[in-house]
Write a protein that binds this ligand. Structure first.
Ligand SMILES: NC(=O)c1ccc[n+]([C@@H]2O[C@H](COP(=O)([O-])OP(=O)(O)OC[C@H]3O[C@@H](n4cnc5c(N)ncnc54)[C@H](OP(=O)(O)O)[C@@H]3O)[C@@H](O)[C@H]2O)c1
Length: 242
């Protein structure tokens, strides 16, 4: 993972150079690729969560996987190695300085309530997409009112960045093998959260491209022009035409 970390550091420093804000302690640690890494709670350890969490753990971040099946997550963590662990969603939410949510959208209302104290103020990378057939009425609401807005309501106080929504999970675990080729459209409101998420997205091998605020989350859905794999430049062209 040395190459990946070096790629990440180089691009991260380039991306943040000239930023008006001082680096927060968490960002400074990412930028320095501090030995201890950034503690990440991955809630939802299926196709998306396991692929991305494995890359982060292998890159040196302590990652706790969670779902409703602790045995599955213990096995997953044991297969990944020393940086990976397993816990309940509440434990992962408390553990992570940054959280990746990769559950069916229909789980968010309940999870948001259950995890409310732990997620307040935390950076959450929200990969969850609403599909009415799978997720029920909340998915219709998210599609009607805007998925970014509804995620914000369901995860109150969290600093949400929506990312990993429009790319198939099958490619997520291998993107770091050819880093920098594929862009990752993201949306968010909180500048620092965007920077933190961007640094972690770079580590997965994608180049983050900010599409706008959470209200633009609807453009990151499967089936939209931004879905699938595009170079960062292609993403910028698609975004310019939105
Ligand atoms: N698959 C893709 O290509 C892809 C790409 C981009 C985005 N997405 C979106 O990312 C999310 C995850 O997709 P996926 O393909 O990884 O799904 P998945 O393989 O079905 O995994 C979902 C994970 O969430 C856990 N989960 C479900 N309900 C939960 C709850 N109430 N509390 C805690 N954990 C819960 C599941 O474990 P248990 O059921 O055992 O709890 C499982 O670990 C979805 O919203 C999806 O639309 C998927």
């Amino acid at each position: 993972m040395k190459d990946l970390r070096e790629f990440h550091r180089r691009d991260f420093i380039k991306a943040t150079a000239g930023a008006a804000v001082a680096l927060s302690p968490i960002l400074a640690r990412i930028a320095a690729a501090a030995d201890a890494g950034i503690k990440i709670g991955v809630i939802g350890s299926g196709h998306v969560g396991s692929a991305i969490g494995k890359v982060w753990a292998t890159a040196g971040h302590p990652v706790m996987f969670a779902s409703r099946n602790l045995d599955h997550d213990k096995q997953l963590a044991a297969g990944i190695g020393a940086n990976a662990s397993a816990g309940t969603p509440a434990e992962a939410a408390a553990f992570g300085e940054v959280l990746l949510l990769a559950v069916p959208y229909g789980a968010l209302p309940e999870l948001g309530k259950a995890l409310a104290p732990a997620i307040k103020g935390k950076v959450i990378i929200d990969a969850c997409n609403p599909f009415p057939n799978r997720d029920g009425e909340i998915a219709n609401r998210a599609r009607d009112e805007g998925v970014g807005k509804v995620s914000s309501e369901l995860l109150p106080g969290a600093r949400i960045v929506r990312a990993f929504n429009a790319i198939g999970a099958a490619d997520m675990g291998a993107a770091h093998e050819q880093p920098g080729k594929v862009g990752m459209p993201i949306v968010g409101e909180d500048k620092q959260a965007i920077e933190i998420a961007s640094a972690l997205i770079l580590e997965v091998g994608y180049v983050p491209v900010l599409v706008g605020g959470l209200d633009r989350g609807r453009y990151l859905m499967p089936g939209t022009p931004l879905s699938g794999e595009h170079s960062p430049e292609e993403i910028r062209k698609i975004v310019a035409a939105l």
